[in-house]
Design a protein around this ligand. Structure first.
Ligand code: HEM
Length: 558
């Protein structure tokens, strides 16, 4: 009897295999010719090279199949295909491939790399619930406060603009994640620099041979050529430490009653009050918080750096955006979030700038610059998105933040902080290329360092000139408009050779005043702040007159 049953099972299994082998498989998407062993390894661009992807797309279409040493890989080159697959069929296309390299480094625990499943859904919910479009309006005060600091920093040392925008991006996101106030030389920033550098050197997921030949993970760090193993051993403790540090800090602050409301503190309170603070929940919160700020800081920073580059290279777009700001805000006002819907040209510049700078591992930038969709796609032309007759009414690129269930949960926050920073910088400054000894503009090459995001760390310089046409009074924070001036220091600042009119820039406390005419400023202060006593004004005038430069910039601390 047993023999009969075994024989039936065996025959069934053999037949099942036979039918399976005979059953025609669905054809793969178009693919370049493959090598018998390496497959399409040679067709895979070594770096994030958009030209290589463009060529693949031109030859094989919106979806290309590559067999990388036996590992099936699909490259999506069209927004429509991406929407059809990643959005409409998101139940099956929201996973992440196994990434052995990130398992070794520890990054596989971050939301970004979690495979689709229970852990992903729980962590994603934690992050997403705090970042809805509506909830993001609660962060506007944080963004405004950091915007004011950004403007002050830019004014104080324009040449360090890249550092200032980095501080801005990380300050906003660290404040939201842990309630942490960033200071210069901040631990978070130092460590994230190291992390960013290390990840940049190693290449992103899917860039390391190990991801295609997982068995290599067993190669010990000392083995010649096993740089990835050595790298993973170095970076893992740093990631682990950073992941622990933030939530530990918040836990200590919560127990001492000093915690500021933040993503981590709200979740900790929930865990405590519902008595579900298990090790597992705490670990999830730590990884979620770590993803929150690491995913949100670098991306926004590099996008803002890209904005400086775009403005240096496209002065005509800059002038148009500034004119729009002047018309809508009136002279001398800084933008607030309530102005956002009234600045269509500026908003289109923001979209375009993100489009040209960001890409993600499986989304070719080609998708965003297709000639059959966009007229002169490589040209920086913000009006392309404006409705006709002012623009070309071309479709807004949705790919920038990804698709479907993995779409960037921080997109509302990112857009809001970038908007306030860009609008404020343009209403305050002219961004221009630096000049050589012969007075000629030195244009930076539009080059990017490519890591997980296509980002800056540019090697270019630019000049920030105070927007010369801006008239007298710029109020960074309307709530502070009635601030009382107190006697303070007067500092000598850069010489703005082009300044023609007295200008005053008030960003926040302390107040900066910028002028080419001391008398102009003094009269502005006395008309704007009647409560300022004459003694202070006289002292300020005397101090300012000591400054030997013809066009000195003067600042008063409140
Ligand atoms: C200009 C700024 C930003 C850009 C361009 C950007 C872009 C992206 C992209 C393309 C993805 C991948 C989507 C996919 O896999 O299909 C992503 C994922 C993610 N982003 Fe952003 N992002 C930005 C800012 C932020 C901010 C401010 C935060 C949080 C505060 C954030 C948090 C995340 C997280 C947690 C993920 C992983 C989501 C997941 O895998 O489920 N991002 N982002």
């Amino acid at each position: 009897m047993i023999t009969t049953v075994s024989s039936v099972i065996l025959v069934t299994v053999v037949l099942a295999f036979w039918f399976r082998l005979r059953k025609p498989r669905l054809p793969h998407p178009p693919s370049p010719p493959a090598h018998p062993i390496l497959g399409n390894l040679k067709a895979l661009p070594k770096e994030y090279n958009e030209d290589a992807y463009r060529k693949l797309a031109e030859k094989y279409g919106g979806i290309v199949y590559l067999n990388i040493m036996g590992k099936p890989t699909v490259i999506i080159n069209s927004e429509k295909v991406a929407n059809d697959l990643l959005d409409k069929r998101s139940v099956i296309y929201s996973d992440r491939p196994p990434l052995p390299f990130h398992h070794m480094t520890g990054l596989a625990n971050t939301l970004t790399f979690l495979p689709y499943g229970t852990e992903f859904l729980k962590t994603r919910k934690m992050v997403q619930d705090q970042l809805t479009r509506k909830k993001c309006t609660l962060f506007e005060d944080i963004e405004l406060a950091q915007r004011n600091i950004l403007l002050q920093n830019l004014l104080a040392s324009p040449a360090n603009f890249a550092t200032h925008v980095k501080m801005f991006a990380f300050s906003v996101v660290l404040k939201i994640t842990y309630g942490h106030n960033m200071v210069s030389g901040d631990e978070f920033l130092k460590n994230s620099d190291v992390l960013e550098k290390m990840i940049g050197e190693a290449g992103g997921a899917g860039q390391v041979l190990l991801d295609f030949i997982p068995i290599l993970r067993h190669v010990p760090p000392w083995f010649p050529g096993a740089w990835f193993s050595k790298f993973a051993h170095r970076i893992r403790p740093l990631i682990e430490e950073l992941k622990e540090y933030g939530v530990d800090l918040v836990e200590r602050n919560v127990s001492s009653g000093n915690a500021q409301v933040s993503f981590a503190s709200l979740h900790l309170e929930d865990l405590n009050s519902e008595e579900r603070k298990s090790k597992e929940e705490l670990e999830r919160l730590k990884w979620a918080s770590f993803t929150f700020w690491t995913a949100g800081g670098g991306t926004t920073w590099s996008s803002l750096e890209g904005f400086f580059l775009a403005m240096v290279l496209h002065p005509e777009a800059q002038t148009k955006a500034q004119k729009e700001l002047d018309t809508v805000l009136g002279h001398g006002e800084l933008p607030g979030f309530e102005d956002r819907d009234n600045l269509p040209y500026l908003n289109c510049s923001l979209i375009l700038q993100k489009r040209s700078l960001l890409r993600h591992i499986d989304l070719s930038r080609h998708m965003l610059t297709r000639e059959d969709i966009y007229h002169r796609p490589s040209t920086f032309l913000p009006e392309r998105f404006l409705p006709k007759p002012d623009g070309f009414e071309e479709p807004l690129p949705s790919a920038v933040f990804g698709f479907g269930r993995r779409i960037c949960p921080g997109r509302w926050l990112a857009q809001s902080e970038m908007w306030i920073a860009i609008a404020s910088i343009l209403s305050m400054f002219d961004i221009r290329p630096i000049q050589n000894e012969r007075g000629e503009d030195v244009l930076p090459p539009p080059e990017f360092h490519v890591s997980l995001t296509r980002c800056g760390h540019f090697t270019f310089d630019c000049d920030l000139l105070l927007f010369a046409e801006k008239v007298p009074f710029c109020e960074a924070n309307r709530n502070h408009s009635n601030a009382v001036l107190c006697p303070g220091r007067i500092k000598q600042r850069h010489n703005f050779a082009n300044s023609k009119s007295p200008r005053i820039l008030a960003t926040s406390l302390p107040l900066f005043l910028v002028t080419s005419s001391v008398d102009g400023v003094i009269s502005l202060i006395s008309s704007r702040f009647p409560e300022v006593h004459d003694g202070f004004l006289e002292a300020a005038r005397a101090d300012a007159q000591q400054i030997p430069m013809e066009h000195a910039q003067v600042s008063f601390d409140l």
